[in-house]
Write a protein that binds this ligand. Sequence first.
Ligand code: GLN
Length: 486
Amino acid sequence: MIAPATVQVVRDAIRTRARSAADVCREALNRIEALDPQLHAFNTVVAERALARAEAIDRDRSRWRDAPLAGVPVALKDNLCTRAVRTTASSRILDTFVPPYSATVVERLETAGAVIVGKTNCDEFAMGSSNENSAFGPVRNPWAIDRIPGGSSGGSAASVAAGIVPLALGSDTGGSIRQPAALCGIIGLKPTYGRVSRYGLIAFGSSLDQIGPMTRTAHDAALALSVLAGADPADATSAPEPVPDYVAALTGDVRGARIGVPRRLLEQGVDGEVTRAIDAALDTLESRGATLVDVDLPHARYAIPVYYLVATAEASSNLARYDGVRYGFRANEPDLRAMYVRTRAQGFGAEVKRRIMLGTYVLSAGYYDAYYLKAQQVRTLILRDYDRAFERVDVVAMPTSPTPAFPIGERVSDPLQMYLADIFTVSANLAGLPAISVPCGFTASRLPVGLQLTGRRFDEATLLRIADAYERDTEWSKQLPPIASR
Ligand code: GLN
């Protein structure tokens, strides 16, 4: 097997005709065949569609010569709609759903020359932090097959970490791109709310959801974001701000960058090995000319309850549409009302039901003011904390996840414990800010650790610049899990 390459290397090899797109595509499909029986990262593989498309690119090279992703194999989280390709959100209720249209991000990738090879496993409707909530069974972490890859975009993270594809898309409502990226040792970028169109993303929490790239390098994330970002008439919340050249922002220089560190927030509940890796990463950045500044985010400790009130409220509303009439699975029941009830009872998994019930509860008359409204108010306070911090610093640094990947099964019976895994990721979504997870070390047992950087609205360029400079200086992102070299 050939060692996994980056987007840049694959694309350039195809541009210079060192390799054909069909050859690259076959290699990705072979790796799926060899590795996926263990990883379970894919719900659907579209081998024929992918090969046909790669061959079409090879036949018409001149047309694709300048396309930024020509011939690059890509995996998509299975909550992104793909025309004529089954899209399940890893839920039984959608396991036969074939969308009549593609998400805007899918159209943009294909216009840029990408070759979609398959749809990746995830937590059901993107609800989870471990991928154990998938109706089709968990994904396994390429670094330790008995551990979770993180969630909810676990299949996308595992497929990049294992060298199956150099680029996968995930969605991030409260950390689902960054946390699995951290636990699998790759880059994961959640863009600013509105930076990337959500059209065709199966909605979870509409005021929180964003789609973003998962890659081996910051350069590849910059390249992918340049393709994905921009206003979209089909998504009224997509932002009109011009899209900068993110690749050009990668100067390799962090001199003068001011990095805020919310020490007080990091005092408790962070695994010792994670703390050591983060501190070492911050030292490296400081030695290269960045300045570390203490910042305070006094309301960040309320982020988990606020997130789980807002996200469940929005989810309960978004998931009302799955009634057995319009999409996918329908329970066999002659009476209409009974059909609704049975479809939802059989189609949704336990975590999704828990969230629908929580969300319905917090929105109900009598509880709305005490829970939902209060949560929205604290959400504003969290946003203001960041605004204040960004008066003094360019980015805020913390761990992406308080612990490395945990063993499959360890937290399934304790949802609250599972929710606590999201402590450092959810505030970026609540505040609508961009955030990136960058590989920054390993534990003694070779589990990856990720450093999270959160930036100002629409300042993905600074996140990518610091991530890229750090990466050039360190070896973490060049390491591969044993399974990838098999
Ligand atoms: N782990 C968080 C949750 O369970 C975030 C999920 C996500 O970002 N989609 O809601």
